[in-house]
Write a protein that binds this ligand. Structure first.
Ligand code: NAD
Length: 457
């Protein structure tokens, strides 16, 4: 493991092999299938165990934030607010939701009646990426545990130290052995887990390319799967938007550049009305240029390094390919001054971009924004929707009704008006190439349940 901040060696963790996955799936299977296993615990006892895991995570919140930030370059201020907090909030939310579940009775139209009950789907394989490793694991295990599922979690090779801390917290909590198993490893380990005969459901967050491979495997096996994939969302600035950075700067930053641009749902295509085009370009450029770039563990840092040399090279190639295509670089485009060590890229803005340009079509996963002009609201919606992805997005306006009306027309799983961050209660996920299914909210719990009808004559 190499530090993205200064390229020093941070340490190493052995990668899991097939035998480790076999052992982990075996443990999860046993914890699920036993007569007194996890799904058969009374819901309030399961809820108490989940709360004890939340407490164990809270006791490690500082260490977890630091481990994530040191490995993937996430600014520590963001890791402290999201990675260190969201998982225990989710555990407590789903503990309560799980305890409130009840059966439904339906009188039959042809006599008799039916009890409709929800049963856990079984052993779940959770495969997560490096960009928000703790949060995205919790998106899966928090609802899954509440449903009564047991888990094998495979973190990404880039973020394994925090996964180790998480496993420690599980061992310290009242979650019984076998219910949550963590096996670090790469793509081969992940692929082996996805097709393992002991697995009943797969929950994946990562690239669209790998998501398609997993979908193919699960399709063949008829295995339920949830896929949270890439994005290239639009931030639509309406012509009445407040562009005062003192008012909207922080929210615009979170909705477009969060986590060094390594966030799947951010609006990296900024759609600017032609009537205020220059003003929007100046505002977005000023925002990007004002950000403090630095070591991810420095609390003042707003943009840290990218996760790896490979990711930095990908982002630099995308920037280099865009420049000769007539787009206008308004800030960034290079490594930040004095940051030749570590995987840094300066916040970069391209104006005069056409929605068909490669830089506007493909996910960059770095601090790179593109600005695209539009004529009217219909044109903005048309451009926002003319993309293979459909994960997030935002609408910026001083008229909330108009914002809501435009947000409704964006083909995307989630959209924000004047802000955007996922909330535990709000279903999250994508349409089109951004994935299948939803996490979070009651819908996220349903993703770990089968519906069963018990007919009584
Ligand atoms: P990736 O798809 O390469 O890897 C994600 C995870 O899948 C890792 O744990 C990896 O080891 C594992 N993996 C890789 N190949 C596999 C295979 N064949 N079978 C099973 N597992 C395999 O993605 P990445 O580059 O690590 O993450 C960045 C991508 O994730 C971006 O495209 C981003 O948009 C997406 N992402 C999406 C969301 C979302 O909620 N929609 C959230 C975060 C990241």
């Amino acid at each position: 493991m190499i530090s993205p901040n200064d390229e020093r060696r941070l340490g190493a963790v052995a990668a899991g092999v097939e035998a480790d996955i076999d052992a982990a799936v075996g443990a999860a299977r046993a914890a699920f299938d036993a007569g007194d296993g996890w799904p058969n615990w009374p819901a309030d006892k399961r809820a108490a165990a989940m709360e004890s895991l939340a407490d164990a995570l809270d006791r490690r919140s500082k260490q977890l934030a630091q481990a994530v930030s040191a490995q993937n370059g996430m600014p520590i201020a963001i890791a402290g607010r999201l990675e260190a907090v969201f998982p225990s909030v989710l555990l407590r939310y789903y503990a309560q939701l799980g305890a409130e579940q009840s059966d439904t009775e339906r009188p039959g139209l042809l006599g008799g009646s039916t009890t409709i009950t929800r049963t856990p789907v079984g052993v779940a394989a959770a495969i997560v990426p490096w960009n928000f490793p703790q949060v995205l694991s919790a998106f899966k295990y928090a609802p899954g545990l509440a449903a009564g599922c047991t888990f094998v979690i495979k973190p990404a090779p880039e973020t394994v130290f925090d996964a180790g801390l998480f496993a420690e917290a599980v061992a310290e909590s009242d979650i019984p052995p076998g219910v949550i198993n963590v096996v670090p490893g790469g793509s081969r380990t992940g692929a082996y887990l996805v097709s393992h005969p002991g697995v009943d459901k797969v929950a994946f967050t990562g690239s669209t390319h790998v998501g398609r491979q997993i979908a193919r495997t699960c399709g063949e096996l008829l295995r339920p799967v949830t896929l949270e994939l890439g994005g290239k969302s639009a931030a639509i600035i309406l012509d009445d938007a407040d562009l005062d950075l003192g008012v909207v700067g922080e929210k615009l930053f979170a909705a477009t550049l969060l986590n060094n641009g390594q966030t799947c749902f951010i609006g990296t295509r900024i759609l600017a009305p032609r009537s205020r085009y220059t003003e929007v370009v100046d505002t977005v450029t000023a925002l990007a240029a004002s950000l403090t770039v630095g070591d991810s563990l420095d609390p003042a840092t707003q943009i840290g390094p990218l996760v790896s040399a490979r990711q930095r090279d990908r982002v630099e190639s995308a920037i280099a390919a865009a420049t000769p295509r007539g787009v206008r670089l308004t800030t960034g485009g290079t490594r930040p001054p004095g940051r030749d060590t570590g995987w840094f890229v300066a916040p970069t803005v391209f104006a005069d971009v056409d929605n068909d340009d490669v830089i506007a079509r493909e996910e960059i996963f770095g601090p790179v924004l593109t600005i695209i002009g539009y004529d009217d609201d219909d044109d903005a919606v048309r451009i926002a929707n003319a993309n293979a992805y459909g994960l997030g997005g935002s609408v910026w306006t001083t008229d909330p009704d108009r914002g809501l009306a435009v947000a409704r027309r964006v083909r995307s799983g989630t959209v924000g008006v004047n802000h955007y961050l996922p909330d535990p209660t709000a279903p999250f996920g994508g349409v089109k190439a951004s994935g299948l299914g939803r996490e979070l909210g009651p819908e996220g719990l349903a993703a770990y349940q089968e519906i069963k009808s018990i007919y009584r004559g």
